[in-house]
Write a protein that binds this ligand. Structure first.
Ligand SMILES: [Zn+2]
Length: 252
């Protein structure tokens, strides 16, 4: 019995990095009910997020319509690193500035510009909302980047927790970019075949709108659905090269 108990404890003990902890805090933050929000039908992002095990979820999935969906948690965990020190500078600034508040991305951007900080192209930093472009990640977010005193790129990030893109963003947190320009790359993803001896794979940089073969000419248009013994679609797609295995989605 003792051994069993120990095993059970070991299984539930998950050690999160500071980045993962910060991201999960944001993804489960109660962003409230905005009057524009139609979340009652589908469940708002933050409500769906309660109790989710982000760490063990796959980094990407392909749904039964062949649509790619990349886990925002895994995407951000890959390209960003939570910076407690720079985040503390931001929080202290918010405490001293009435127009601030943790959700105030624009006032902080204006403040950084006043201090002489620049964006990654040497111009003023700009706020992007990925809602306005192609993306494969499963939740939208807004952010701006600036170059810090140490030459690293920092990201002020706020994740959307609701259904309607106009309201329901989390408080901002500050991260450091660990993959150059990775934060902008929200529309990429991959598909690959798991069968032995088959190296079929595709990648997209347009959220799955166009797929390009890694090792072969073949398109990934109109993939063949896998069917069970009764002829029902299983929701997976057969590899169009070997037909032996189903395709797996990946983040890149
Ligand atoms: Zn294959």
């Amino acid at each position: 019995m003792t051994t069993d108990n120990n095993t059970a404890t070991a299984k539930t003990e998950v050690v999160l990095t500071a980045t993962q902890a910060a991201l999960i805090e944001m993804l489960t933050e109660n962003t409230g009910v905005h009057f524009l929000d139609s979340g009652g039908v589908y469940g708002r992002g933050w409500q769906r997020a309660q109790g989710r095990d982000f760490l063990s979820e796959p980094d990407a999935t392909l749904d039964k319509w062949g649509t790619l969906s990349v886990s925002l948690f895994h995407f951000l965990d890959r390209v960003l690193e939570f910076d407690e020190e720079v985040n503390q500078v931001f929080e202290d600034w918010c405490d001293l500035n009435e127009e601030g508040g943790l959700g105030a991305m624009k006032p902080y951007l204006d403040y950084l510009v006043e201090c002489g900080y620049e964006g990654i192209f040497g111009d003023d930093p700009e706020i992007y909302n990925i809602y306005n472009g192609e993306h494969a990640v499963d939740q939208i977010f807004q952010y701006f980047c600036w170059v810090g005193d140490d030459g690293d790129t920092y990201v002020c990030l706020s994740i959307h927790g609701g259904c309607d893109a106009r309201g329901g963003y989390t408080d901002c947190k500050i991260f450091r970019e660990i993959e150059e320009h990775g934060i902008h790359d929200v529309a990429r993803g991959g598909l690959y075949c798991e069968a032995d001896g088959c190296d079929a794979g595709w990648y997209t940089d347009s959220g799955g709108y166009n797929w390009y073969g890694n090792n072969q000419e073949r398109d990934f248009k109109d993939p063949t659905p896998e069917r069970d013994e009764d002829g029902e679609e299983t929701g997976k797609f057969l590899c169009p090269c070997c037909g032996k295995a189903t395709l797996k989605a990946s983040m890149y």
